[in-house]
Ligand binder design. Sequence first.
Ligand SMILES: [Mg+2]
Length: 448
Amino acid sequence: MKAAEPKKKPVRGNFISAKTNSIVMYIDMNSYFASCEQQRHPHLRGKPLGVLTYDSPNAAVIAASIEAKRKGVKTGMRLQECLALCPEMLTITTHPAWYRQIHVDIMLILRKYCDDVIAKSIDEASMNFTSYRLVYNDFTAIARQIKQDIKDKYDYLTCSIGIAPNSFLAKLATEIQKPDGLIEITPENIDGHLAKMQLTDLPGIAKNNERRLQMIGIRNPLEMRHASEALLRKAFGGIVGNYWHKRLNFMEVDVYTNPFKTMSAGRSLGRQIREDKQAMDSMLIALCMRLEQRMVKNQVFCKEVCLHLRYFNGGEWDTKIKLSDPEQDGMRIRRYIMDKMQEYEEPRNISLLNDKVQKMTVTIMSFVKQELIQYGLFDNQMRQDKIRKVIYEMKDKYDKKNIIRKGSELLVRNVLKDAIGFGSVKDLVGNDGEVVNKHMLEEDEDFY
Ligand SMILES: [Mg+2]
């Protein structure tokens, strides 16, 4: 075939091939904290309810029930302000352990349908059904079944489910219909949905980005979708513009992307190392840190980790670990590996890292781009929980005189800023930056 005339590339329209073969389902629980309270306290059902971190007229409502939202109450409003809009609003203070319990039960329900489930926050999860295309033939029916399963367990809870060929559009689909929504975004209907939205309705587009887009003449999501990749690059000042173009045109850039499928770090072990348990552990750390370095350099996080051990007698041992959260930290990756080894070693009373190991290789895969985590599109509250947990453990342990105060407060402030956009861990931190519900921070281990 003769080469097409490259200069006559269409300015508008899809010249990227859409990958409509992927199937992603996004689940967003409706008015989560408030609904959890109404689940537990039937007398609060059907009533406007505000959830507070502490009981005071100055407290901010961190979650409002569906009924309160209908009266104009919004997340983050001061209690006084809410009562002016809706004088009959009832209030209750948070019960994080209860919200976490329900979260765990919902995750268990989701994992019945699909292996590839990621918790995006305490009330959101995404499910990648791409490899289930031949297993299920009607994903809308699956979504309805999931809603029913959740209802069977917690009759007062509803969720909005979005289905789309990529995770961004699946999340967007959950925004279209609330509460109890079920929307599938397809190449046929996407323009109709986008036509009803404003730029700031797109998760990840706040005021700043809206201004950038308006400056180059893009006024709404529909114009954004049909803008050229080059124009969006200009608006966002680089690769982020390409991502936006792909996202709105059915390409997946938010979960797994090339150019690399895996990264490995491996070493053959000399005798001195083999015969020294501590040296073997140091080698494992070195391999994990090497991978951390490469991930940092390539600005990615991984979702899967493998360890492969080869022994002199020809034997092998390997394990593959699916991480609940994208990970970049070498020491945490090593921890996951150690736990997995221990799980194998203990009942058998053996040691995998023994003097017969010839070669040790750590491989990581399923990469997620860093900016997706930084920009909070796929914000990862669990990770922030963990960082904070460590910091607060330190604070509790060593900081009798508030020596570490400055650093931890800085971090808390960041976390708080992130949380405001997504409304999931606000109950952790009060207005003065102090942890309000310490027990919530102490339950991470049970989480997955
Ligand atoms: Mg929600």
